[in-house]
Design a protein around this ligand. Sequence first.
Ligand SMILES: Nc1ncnc2c1ncn2[C@@H]1O[C@H](COP(=O)(O)OP(=O)(O)OP(=O)(O)O)[C@@H](O)[C@H]1O
Ligand SMILES: [Mg+2]
Length: 450
Amino acid sequence: MSEVQLRVGDARQRDVGRGIARIDQRTMQKLGISAGDVIEIVGKRTTSAIAWPAYSEDQNRDMIRIDGFTRKNAGVAINEYVIVRPAKVKEALNVTLAPVDMRLNVDEDFTNFVKNRLMERTLVEGDTTLVMMLGHAIPFVVTKTRPHGIVKVTAETRLTILSEPAPEGKGVPRTTYEDIGGLHEEIQRVREMVELPLRHPELFQRLGIEPPKGVLLHGPPGCGKTLLARAVATESEANFITIKGPEVFSKWVGESEKAIREVFRKARMAAPAVIFFDEIDSLVPRRGLGFADSGVTERVISQLLTEMDGIVTLEDVVVIAATNRPDIVDPAVLRPGRFDRLIYVPEPDEKSRLQIFKIYTKGMPLAKDVSLENLVALTKNYSGADIEALCREAAMQALRRDVNAKEVTMKDFEEALKRIGPSITPDMEKWYKSFMQQVRQVQKPATPVA
Ligand SMILES: Nc1ncnc2c1ncn2[C@@H]1O[C@H](COP(=O)(O)OP(=O)(O)OP(=O)(O)O)[C@@H](O)[C@H]1O
Ligand SMILES: [Mg+2]
């Protein structure tokens, strides 16, 4: 049987959630298939997708473009290789789906609705598949199929939908790179700093490059720091341990430093691993800021410093942190050998805003008069979170106007713009950059550090 090996690339925004794989003409010929046929994609897992013609610039590149869901279903990351062959598809007798992260009220109508949406789609046990509902993509895990293998949903298929979510971690994809508008360079930098050393320690050894121990994402609120880290977590091979700064104090009252120790211990055991401290400013606020906390903060800071100093690079643990208030993070944490690589996550520029609008209006029925380009021009200084809120508000506005509204109009967006304003101020970028510059100045080895 014919099969080919192809390099995995990411999907265009418009292809996300469609279950298609873009492959070029030459590859289709080799496989003896044509567009619309089902293919089997084998990475660490096996999944299926519908072959679709490649974009012209991808001709003869031996690559396959699939979205984050399909990548997760195939157990591969971007730039890895998969085996692709024509699929042997069987008709599904039974399919069981479970929701992800939520409970559902399931009745016959609902089940029929979902079944209609899945008609002719191919599924594999363990896959996560998206079902469009009211303009939203709702993920479901395929918990069981009969027969096994690649199956197609037909009118005869008996569909069961569980109301309880699938157990965590069972191949459930979360944030993927396609969920992020813009930030391409930032994603690339994070991956280089985090994934490369964990995956290819030998490269760093050979080249004599010291990989970073800690990477700090900083920048204005709502612009994608947490999102970016979550996407890297989903897409990377490493085990990700995420800790939200404020949680350490609330969940581990009185023993917060023990929590830190525990996190690093877990990471070493799960290596290669990445620890992500989100909102690190609340975990290690600058000492002497007057938070009366009977020394807890002090102990947490010194525990974190001990652990970070104890990391032997290339031994499989990297730490990422994020903050929108680098100025209140204890300076000791930012010294060389700790969080010494900085990545600024900027407010979205026009191109990024357009992508963010596309993400949040995807599946939203837009009236003809809605021009995303115009909206981009009207949303200077809006963060990604602001744009998301704006789109949600516009949809709400449409419903307020008419509960049976079929479309969201430009007027709805204009109303929404009145309610949702920009949260970024013009000088923010300057402020972050110059603050970080200062930190770097202080860090110069010759300068005595306080
Ligand atoms: N670049 C982006 N692309 C798509 N969505 C975005 C983007 N930036 C922000 N969002 C949306 O806004 C939400 C908030 O973003 P996120 O939590 O990543 O911000 P943050 O930079 O971590 O902010 P904070 O400093 O307040 O923690 C995201 O969950 C996402 O829905
Ligand atoms: Mg955040």
